[in-house]
Design a protein around this ligand. Structure first.
Ligand code: NAD
Ligand code: TDX
Length: 332
């Protein structure tokens, strides 16, 4: 049994990771979460109270973080400002949380010699051309585009330096786009599903040719647990499940699965600096650590996700109006 501190555990991927730990280990979990607009304690409802507790607080608050880390064997760091569009409107919280917050955690794990796993994104590598046969690998140079991805890139580099300079026992994973239950409705797939539920036409940025490499959140989290258990300290692992799709195809599939005409969507103002394509080569994770994705059929994973949003309207309804108001102000 390990005592695990999960930052950002009231958000999308972090809360699914807490469920994964409860189901697959006998670990005791402390969630440290600021409960920003993206965090919701209801996301942890139903989990056993003797194994999961929630501490509300900021990862950039050293007075809170340092003693909290001392009581744990492992820190898994999911907390972040995570939405590209928000980072274009106001980068400031991205610097505070993604850079200063990660620095604060690294100083705490350094002081207490605590094992640390850092969750990051494929967006640190920039983007690929649509017709480029290449995919991102662990040796692709960093080339982030947005305030979000640049602060994530900076946080990864802090981790690498704390490993080399201070001997911090850390691993890093960079994953592609996740989908599944409990994702905030500001994000592409839940936004379109909940729009259709509300009788609103989905909104596609630009021509919709941008490609994302979709992975189910449970496959991401199984890979994270595998890296924590068997990964080499100081190393980076890319996580992806060969799920490349362009946005237009995803919107059309959502409409079809929800019983609507496949062309019942609108093109809206494109994202500034919109990355064209992400694609992950996860060979290292598969060969060195023996990980394989379980959700290889995107159509059925998406159908399950649509069913989850239909069944859990009370969970997402409280976010929807504010998220749409932000988009409306930008013509999106
Ligand atoms: P999310 O926005 O759904 O959740 C983020 C959580 O962090 C929220 O609960 C929020 O309250 C919390 N948080 C924010 N600032 C905080 C602070 N200063 N202190 C403590 N808690 C704070 O994000 P997500 O999509 O679950 O992403 C989780 C992690 O995975 C992030 O590090 C993100 O960069 C990374 N990631 C996400 C994806 C994806 O497709 N969503 C893909 C690859 C990597
Ligand atoms: O309404 C929309 N219409 C649209 O066409 C929205 C919200 C998005 N899009 C497009 C933009 C992207 O090409 O869909 C694609 C996916 O958009 P997001 O859900 O905002 O994800 P993305 O910007 O790709 O970043 C996501 O994956 C990597 C997560 O938000 C990041 O946290 C993660 O690091």
């Amino acid at each position: 049994m390990a005592r695990v501190l999960v930052t950002g555990g009231a958000g999308f991927i972090g809360s699914n990771f807490v469920r994964h730990l409860v189901d697959h280990t006998d670990d005791e979990v402390t969630v440290l979460d600021k409960l920003t607009y993206a965090g919701d304690p209801r996301t942890l409802e139903g989990l056993p109270e003797n194994r999961v507790r929630l501490v509300q607080g900021d990862i950039a608050d050293a007075e809170l973080v340092t003693p909290l880390v001392a009581g744990h064997d492992l820190v898994v760091h999911f907390a972040a400002e995570s939405h590209n569009d928000n980072s274009l409107s106001d980068p400031s919280p991205f610097v505070d949380t993604n850079l200063v917050g990660t620095f604060t955690l690294l100083e705490a794990v350094r002081r207490h010699d605590t094992r640390y796993h850092h969750i990051s994104t494929d967006e640190v590598y920039g983007d690929l051309a649509l017709d480029d046969p290449a995919k991102f690998t662990e040796s692709t140079p960093y080339n982030p585009s947005s305030p979000y991805s640049s602060t994530k890139a900076g946080s990864d580099l802090l981790v690498r330096a704390w490993v080399r300079s201070f001997g911090v026992r850390a691993t890093i994973s960079n994953c592609s786009n996740n989908y599944g239950p409990y994702q905030h409705v500001e994000k592409f797939i839940p936004r379109q599903i909940t729009n259709v539920v509300d009788g609103v036409r989905p909104k596609l940025y630009g021509a919709g040719e941008n490609v994302r490499d979709w992975i189910h959140v449970d496959d991401h989290n199984a890979a994270v647990l595998r890296i924590i258990e068997a990964g080499t300290i100081g190393e980076t692992y890319l996580i992806g499940a060969d799920g490349e799709q362009n946005n237009k195809d995803v919107v059309e599939l959502i409409l079809e699965l929800m019983g609507q005409p496949r062309d019942a969507y609108d093109h809206v103002t494109d994202r500034v600096g919109h990355d064209l394509r992400y694609a992950i080569d996860a060979t290292r994770l598969r060969t060195e650590l023996g990980w394989e994705p379980r959700f290889s059929d995107f159509r059925s994973g998406l159908a399950d996700t649509i069913a989850w949003y239909r069944d859990n309207e009370a969970w997402w309804r409280v976010q929807k109006a504010a998220a749409e108001a932000k988009y409306a102000a930008k013509g999106q």
